[in-house]
Design a protein around this ligand. Sequence first.
Ligand code: RP5
Length: 230
Amino acid sequence: MLDSNPKIAVVMGSQSDYSTMQEATNLLEQFSIGCEHRILSAHRTPQRLREYAQEAEDKGIEAIIAGAGGAAHLPGMLAAETLIPILGVPIGNSAMQGLDSFLSIAQMPRGVPVATFSVDGAKNAALFAISMLARKDANIEQKLQAYRDNQTASVPATPINNGASNKKNSDGFDKFLISALLLYLGYNFLKSDKKPTDALPNRLLPNDSSQDEMQRFDKALRQAKDTYFE
Ligand code: RP5
């Protein structure tokens, strides 16, 4: 909920981080917790970052969830500018899929810590911020307990057999059989001058294949042999 009395700020280094960070604002909204958004880039808008750190303190923001990708220094820079707890979210959009951002945020040198969440872990960062608020607000605490209870209730005690895994296994076995057959056929075909279908044991040939179909099959395989092996 974007409102005039925000408790939590959700900030990010770029517009491109927004879709990930929205998971945090959506959750805060679900808990009816006021929050606000900002794009603050540590290297492109350092002045804006500094000013916002002051603004957040003046507004009584209780925690800042800060998402950044690449060599992510936004959470650390914010932590240097304010005493408000900073919850850092590494964004997994970089060439290193967020490992660079994770290490940049987690490995803050001692003295100015940033709580670090998993790569793209905006939702968990929001839940953490909510649990901080819940210590002082019985209403939020109740909602958090209900959230946890629902989550617990949604986990079945025993797995439901929906056939998906059996199908997967049987598909895998079918593929294995077909591959083995093709290998067998290819091997016999390549080491002889026989017609390709002669290389197949009789019991594997379909009973109802017409002469015409078999000739077309032979021709196609011979062409493939000429193209790829001679
Ligand atoms: C970081 O660089 C941002 O946090 C973002 O994750 C990444 C890429 O930024 P754009 O090039 O998409 O603006 O500063």
